[in-house]
Design a protein around this ligand. Sequence first.
Ligand code: ZN
Length: 234
Amino acid sequence: MSANEQHYCSCLTIEDLAPEVRKVLQEQVRGVLLKSAKWPDRSIIKIRFLDGEPELQRRVRKVADEWDKLANLTFSFVEHGPTDVRIAFKPGNGSWSYLGTMCKSIPEPQPTMNFGWLNTGTGDEEVRRVVLHEFGHMLGLTHEHMNPTGGGIQWNRDAVIRDLSGPPNNWDHDTIERNMFQKYEAKQIVATKLDRDSIMMYPIPKAWTLDGTEVGFNVNLSDTDKKFIKDNYR
Ligand SMILES: [Zn+2]
């Protein structure tokens, strides 16, 4: 696998928010689910597409439904009125989502989730991989490799920075730091043991690590993903 040709999700975290909003959210930290971003039990989450072909929207909904069935939450797709989550398909803007209830602090009609490289020509497997991953963020899940509870990966920092600062990702230093190396503190999150099969795990080429860690493409929810979301959204 060549990392140079691989799109990575550049996910937004609390640091992307305005200081006032961040302060409020940080005070809400109750604890790889960011506790401050967890939706209240049995929430109905209103979701609207800002653009995208109807066919592509339908495919996204079908995949997102897998999470919806596991969590005791309701994804309600609407065309009008106030929404919690707004999805765009803006090319060249990466794929990302705000974490959990942080979406609610983003003013209408700004997107809270973007699929920068999905279009009607994208294969089913890639749609699955990206949609399950971004909806995982929308449910408050962070990247699995930031899991502080176990298996700390020993990164070859130079190799990671070299690959991700080039195309197609072209990340700047801060984006790389935030998405790859930042770790949450245990008190900020609820986490399982590091789950390499998680949909929230990045593909990791062997050249990026010093300890032989290598992770392929995860395109399905792992058993731990399923159990975790069921346990946390009862
Ligand atoms: Zn991500």
